[in-house]
Design a protein around this ligand. Structure first.
Ligand code: GLN
Length: 203
């Protein structure tokens, strides 16, 4: 069984947990560095960074000493899915950060926050992705405005890039967990079980 650490400092944690458990994953809420390192004996095979307010999550990450361990774990290849604020946290560059806002810088993209307007412009939409059609929710969503060479675009909303993949990291500007859309979480679990199998085969 795959164990997924769901960053649980702020934002929409519960819906991710529900969707992952429906897909037979085990979930652990991540709040401290020891949650990530498996001090309770649980090894985390994958990560979900949920939506919420990216500057608040960033501030709490630094307050709880989780910013650097999280950055290192993702940079070392831990399969990771970031949604909305989670995508902003992953990004190398945030064009319009809140004062003092940092990002982990592990995903080679530039994002613009609140790119589709304010809360009143939140919408449930059908999108085409490289892995098939999905129905997802946009809530004060960011847009990817530039991608580095190793980054694959996996979803567009009109002409705007709203989903990217770089190695084991996937960043999406929208919320599949709010519509119960399982495609991205299923992919995360597949990536994690592939990674677990290759660790076992060299061990
Ligand atoms: N606008 C939020 C931010 O900048 C993200 C919104 C979301 O995660 N639904 O962090």
């Amino acid at each position: 069984q795959i164990t997924v650490g769901v960053l649980a400092l702020q934002g929409g944690v519960r819906e991710h947990v529900r969707l992952l458990e429906e897909l037979d994953a085990r979930t652990v809420p991540l709040r401290t560095p020891s949650d990530l390192l498996g001090a309770d004996g649980v090894r985390v095979d994958a990560l979900v960074l949920p939506g919420g307010e990216s500057s608040t999550i960033d501030r709490l990450l630094r307050t709880f000493g989780l910013f650097e361990p999280l950055r290192e774990a993702i940079a070392a290849g831990l399969p990771t899915l970031g949604t909305c604020a989670g995508l902003i946290l992953l990004a190398r560059e945030v064009l319009d950060p809140a004062p003092g806002q940092h990002s982990l810088g592990v995903l080679d993209v530039t994002v613009r926050r609140n790119a589709f307007g304010s809360q009143v412009d939140s919408a449930e939409l059908d999108l085409q992705t490289v892995d098939g059609p999905v129905t997802v929710a946009f809530i004060r969503a960011p847009q990817v405005v530039a991608t580095g060479p190793g980054v694959e675009v996996i979803a567009l909303r009109d002409q705007a890039i709203v989903g990217v993949r770089q190695g084991a990291i996937t960043g999406i500007a929208f919320h599949p967990e709010l519509t119960g859309e399982p495609l991205f979480h299923r992919r995360l679990l597949e990536t994690a079980s592939g990674a677990a199998a290759s660790v076992r085969s060299v061990a």
